[in-house]
Design a protein around this ligand. Structure first.
Ligand code: SAM
Length: 327
């Protein structure tokens, strides 16, 4: 079992399978992209499967596949097939921008992968295209509705961006009114790959909630898992729900159960920390299973208590992009 130095059980791995993305969201990376990883600096699917198996044997029972955009990786389904056979792995989830998922929806269902988080930062086409710098609104909207209708547990992640999309916060709730879907509003974080100066967060979760309360004063809080990063609510008469995630306010660090590994093997024990080590060559070397376990235990044994503590240790401002970290 993986227990960190603050006695928190780590059972949730966020595994990035690529740092590449077919969108260019302006709060995530510059228009020209970032210096994407090449060749054998990226894990192969076999390596990602082996790494996952090692972690599952150590008590990881939830893996979220993320990126970059996971579906830009042509061999992604091979990994998902391998994961779906892993005993002890109770939950396989995917975070996607839903542009490329269409052809894989049937097989995802067959594999029993039900939890799909879709990033969608606007319900208005122009706003969506301005933020993503790509003309992909129709396919995203269509795939979201398809996923919902096919019975997936869909959650929409909407980053509240000052001056860009906050006029869409209320209209976005129409999805939760008509469908059994969770619309979650997140605070912007400073991981934009240097695409712009991060001013701090003008739309924190309290402001988002106050804004929603003006339109829907009767919303009620729903119970949440102790390790949940979201606070969730129901508006009377709505089929779905909504939530807020204080990703910059960081109110949830006390129950953090997550470990992040990037597509090139960087191990990140807190979103606001620098990678504490790289596991790639260890996985590729001799006695890899024992050594990977040893090294990961070491990493987990020196986690920051909170994202604020991790930030204090950070030298200067953040220049990394979420497309590398995986969200
Ligand atoms: N491509 C997939 C997607 O779009 O969901 C997975 C990777 S993406 C980097 C993961 C999540 O990070 C998305 O929900 C995205 O909105 C979020 N994200 C990216 N940059 C962010 C930032 N600066 N602040 C907050 N969230 C960010």
């Amino acid at each position: 079992m993986l227990i960190d130095n603050h006695n928190r059980k780590i059972n949730y791995l966020r595994l990035a399978v690529t740092d590449r993305c077919n969108l260019r969201c302006n709060y995530c990376m510059p228009e020209s992209g970032i210096d994407f990883s090449k060749g054998d600096t990226l894990f192969t699917i076999e390596e990602l499967s082996r790494l996952s198996a090692i972690l599952v044997s150590e008590g990881i029972d939830k893996i979220r596949i993320t990126g970059g955009e996971p579906f830009v990786r042509k061999d992604l389904m091979v990994l998902l097939r391998n994961l779906s056979k892993m005993e002890g792995l109770k939950d396989i989830s995917v975070t996607t921008n839903a542009t490329l998922i269409g052809p894989y929806i049937d097989e995802l269902k067959t594999l029993g992968i039900k939890n799909i988080n879709v990033s969608m930062d606007a319900i208005n086409r122009e706003t969506f295209e301005r933020i993503t710098r790509r003309d992909q609104y129709d396919i995203v909207h269509e795939n979201v509705l398809r996923l919902i209708n096919e019975g997936f547990n869909v959650r929409i992640n909407f980053i509240a961006l000052s001056g860009q999309n906050t006029q869409d916060i209320i209209p976005m709730l129409a999805l939760a009114k008509h469908h059994d879907v969770g619309v979650r509003y997140l605070e912007e974080m400073p991981f934009n790959g240097g695409s712009r100066h991060f001013e701090g967060n003008a739309w924190d979760y309290k402001r988002i909630l106050a804004h929603i309360k003006e339109a829907y004063p009767d919303y009620e809080e729903l119970p949440s898992e102790p390790t949940s990063t979201s606070m969730n609510y129901k508006i009377p008469g709505f089929k779905g729900s909504f939530g807020v995630i204080p990703s910059f306010s960081r109110t949830f660090c006390g129950t953090c159960n997550r470990l992040r590994i990037t597509a090139t093997g960087d191990v990140i024990t807190c979103l606001y920390a620098q990678p504490c080590m790289n596991i790639r060559e260890i996985l590729r070397g001799e006695s890899s299973e024992v050594r990977v376990k040893e090294q990961l235990l070491k990493a987990i044994g020196s986690r920051a208590k909170t994202g604020f503590e991790a930030q204090e240790k950070q030298q200067g401002t953040y220049t990394n992009s979420m497309t590398t970290i995986g969200g």
